[in-house]
Design a protein around this ligand. Structure first.
Ligand SMILES: Nc1ncnc2c1ncn2[C@@H]1O[C@H](COP(=O)(O)OP(=O)(O)OP(=O)(O)O)[C@@H](O)[C@H]1O
Ligand SMILES: [Mg+2]
Length: 469
């Protein structure tokens, strides 16, 4: 549990090159986030009391939709091995939200941090937990003989008989031990995987809610509330399950016993405070001119005022204890088409000193996005079709054509950035996706000509493009 594994040690150059694996272009934004991340590492090495004076330089990423803002933040958080939450600022303008709800952001961040630290600690004790789980599983598969000595025969005052009984007991124990070892071997070889054992399990009325790392974390507070109700998790019942499942269950129980939850909570709170990253999407939606005194603008400014304490530094009470937000890094993003960063309230502007613009994407970027990233769309489709035994190939001119069409449709209808590639590829491959299991060909080559033929009709009608592409 030291800082070295809780903070990424990448240099800015290394961070950028990692981001390059997934995001094309946008080098200014990559640089800015790389510097911000490295600065946290630097800050950790500055001696007190100056260290506490160094606040993160929060960032606003400005750029049209679908050009990689969220993607950069998401990949950054993976690199940083830092607790990361993403929220939509506009969510706080919705009816029903009240000011204090913004604190849920920090609670979610802490929850994730706890989960991260717990996972790390559990992986440290995993081997030990599995050993103990194996012993317990063997106990279940082969219960100890009720009494090692056959007690009821003993009271006879007969030395020979006593010796005989002891020998018998020993033989029984030996044979038990050797059976146990045989079972152990079978267990490890997976030969008992179809056997059932009965285990005591927690009988919770509510299923655990999964916590995801970079999205979908908004629902955690439900678990927060339920988890706090006394007796909610304490009921148990017996359940029959197969050996592998029982092993998992027992290993988890043993692991729970081996890790020190108090320590985990402490470390997790520290990690949320020192390395946490909060990504606020759609910041522009809460940037309104103050001049208009009516309508949604009032609540927009209200949301900024609610967020401000978090961003300026305050203490949020979580079920794991208080968490200070002074050093949490905030990365905001927005299109800022209408509202500008200067439309944010001054305190907010001051807290986001770094502004980076992301550029709109054109045909050349699309060609690269289609093919270069580790998770490039073309690679995805090829892999998907490969599972059907189909060798899907795109010629270079097909890629060019797809990119060109994407750029064209973005221009003639609405510019949705790289997201356009998804809709175009889906339309293009619709037929193959449907028929793949029945196809007798082993190889399908998509050429530029084919791309044109498939999409021609749709492209000729702007109305159709609007709906389909
Ligand atoms: N520069 C890029 N390089 C590679 N892929 C990209 C790039 N920009 C966008 N994409 C892809 O397009 C999709 C949408 O991008 P992303 O979610 O980052 O958009 P965004 O800029 O956050 O837009 P919005 O303002 O609508 O939230 C992502 O799945 C991503 O893979
Ligand atoms: Mg986004």
């Amino acid at each position: 549990m030291n800082d070295s594994n809780s903070q990424s040690t990448f240099t800015p150059r290394e961070i950028v090159s990692e981001l390059d694996r997934y995001i094309i272009s946008q080098s200014k934004a990559k640089r800015a986030v790389a510097i911000a991340l490295r600065n946290r590492w630097r800050r950790q090495r500055v001696p007190e009391p100056l260290r506490d004076e160094i606040y993160p330089k929060n960032i606003i990423m400005i750029g049209p939709t679908g050009v990689g803002k969220t993607e950069i933040a998401r990949r950054l958080s993976n690199l940083a091995q830092a607790p990361f939450v993403k929220v939509e600022a506009s969510k706080f303008t919705e009816v029903g939200y009240v000011g204090r709800d913004v604190e849920a952001i920090i609670r979610d961040l802490t929850e994730l941090s706890v989960q991260m630290v717990r996972d790390e600690e559990e992986s440290k004790v995993q081997a030990r937990a599995q050993e103990m789980a194996e012993e317990r599983l063997l106990d279940l598969l082969l219960p100890q003989p009720a009494a090692t000595h056959s007690g009821f025969e003993l009271p006879r005052d007969d030395e020979e008989a006593t010796a005989r009984a002891a020998a018998q007991a020993k033989a029984q124990a030996d044979s038990h031990d050797s059976t146990r070892e045989k079972l152990r071997t079978m267990l490890r070889e997976g030969k008992l995987d179809d056997r059932y054992v009965e285990l005591e399990v927690k009988d919770s009325m509510f299923p655990m809610i999964e916590v995801f790392s970079s999205s979908g974390i908004e629902d955690i507070h439900i678990k927060d509330m339920l988890g706090n109700l006394p007796g909610m998790k304490s009921k148990t019942k017996n359940r029959k399950m197969k050996v592998p499942e029982a092993f998992e269950q027992l290993a988890a129980e043993e692991s729970d016993k081996l890790v020190d939850m108090d320590n985990i909570n402490l470390e997790a709170r520290k990690r949320a405070e020192e390395s946490g990253i909060v990504f606020i999407d759609e910041l522009d939606k809460i940037a309104g001119r103050q001049s208009s005194s009516q309508g949604p603008d009032v609540s927009r400014e209200g949301v900024q005022r609610d967020l401000l304490p978090l961003i300026e530094g305050s203490t949020v009470h979580t079920k794991y204890g208080p968490v200070r937000t002074d050093h949490v890094l905030f990365i905001a993003a927005g299109a800022f088409h209408v509202a500008k960063p200067s439309d944010l309230i001054p305190e907010m502007q001051g807290r986001f000193p770094i502004r980076v613009e992301l550029n709109a994407l054109g045909k050349d970027e699309f060609v690269r996005i289609l093919t270069e990233p580790d998770n490039a769309l073309i690679k995805q489709y090829e892999a998907l079709m490969h599972t059907e035994g189909l060798d899907l190939k795109f010629t270079d001119d097909a890629i060019e054509e797809i990119a060109r069409i994407a750029a064209q449709v973005n221009q003639s209808t609405e510019n949705i950035g790289a997201r356009r590639l998804y809709t175009i590829l889906e339309t293009l491959l619709d037929d193959i996706s449907f028929r793949a299991p029945e196809m007798t060909e082993q190889e399908v080559s998509i050429t530029g000509k084919k791309v044109n033929e498939e999409l021609k009709d749709i492209l000729e009608s702007e109305d159709l493009s609007r709906y389909i592409l």
